[in-house]
Write a protein that binds this ligand. Structure first.
Ligand SMILES: [Zn+2]
Ligand SMILES: [Zn+2]
Length: 202
């Protein structure tokens, strides 16, 4: 049987289909789905000076002041995330169950994330699981880098390959890299990296 690498960035786990994702990356998507509504609001707040962050339960996306300088990268990221995830949510829920036109974009995005969080396990059994997982990851990353610092962060773990305490996460935890032996770990492998350290410390 032919072996491929997981479709997610920096992940070299073996999978049996081209464009499939590994089990770790599949599980990892849930944390991203849970964070996406808040990231959406925070990114929206980056669009215009003076806009205010609001509770996601009461988010209302108003019109943008045409005179204000606009962060187009943030706007593109919001649009991309909404369109991609809405398409998957429609697939999962059937359009008549998810009446997105009845909501503002911000509220609609919240509904989309909730629908996927509850129902997306249906996608896990299809050939589209890898592409879906990659789309969630891409939306998550695009919003995340708008709102958090992206400097390298030192992980307090010994490298499992070379035992050197030189493992850093890069680009807001997009992946981890050992500065000594250059081994990399995908985002979905970081919990295991930390877990291995705790087990070894006992
Ligand atoms: Zn993977
Ligand atoms: Zn190392």
């Amino acid at each position: 049987m032919k072996i491929y690498e997981c479709i997610l960035p920096y992940c070299r786990a073996e999978v049996y289909d081209r464009n499939a994702c590994c089990e770790d990356c599949w599980q990892d998507r849930r944390g991203q789905l849970a964070s996406l509504p808040e990231l959406y609001v925070m990114t929206y707040a980056m669009l215009t000076p003076g806009s205010r962050q609001q509770d996601i339960e009461t988010i209302h996306v108003g019109s943008i002041d045409p005179a204000a300088p606009l962060n187009l990268v943030a706007l593109d990221s919001l649009t991309y995330s909404y369109q991609r995830l809405a398409a998957w949510a429609m697939w999962v829920c059937r359009p008549h169950k998810l009446q997105l036109h009845a909501y503002t974009t911000g509220r609609g995005f919240l509904m989309v994330c909730r629908a996927l969080y509850v129902h997306d396990s249906r996608l896990g059994r299809t050939d589209d699981a890898g592409q879906y997982c990659l789309d969630v990851w891409t939306a998550y990353r695009r919003l995340l880098v708008q709102v958090v610092p992206i400097e390298p962060r030192h992980l307090e773990v010994d490298c499992p390959e070379c035992s050197s305490r030189t493992v850093y996460t890069r680009h807001a935890d997009e992946y981890a890299l050992c500065a000594n032996c250059r081994t990399t770990w995908a985002h979905s492998q970081m919990p295991k990296l930390r877990q291995a350290q705790r087990t070894a410390a006992r």
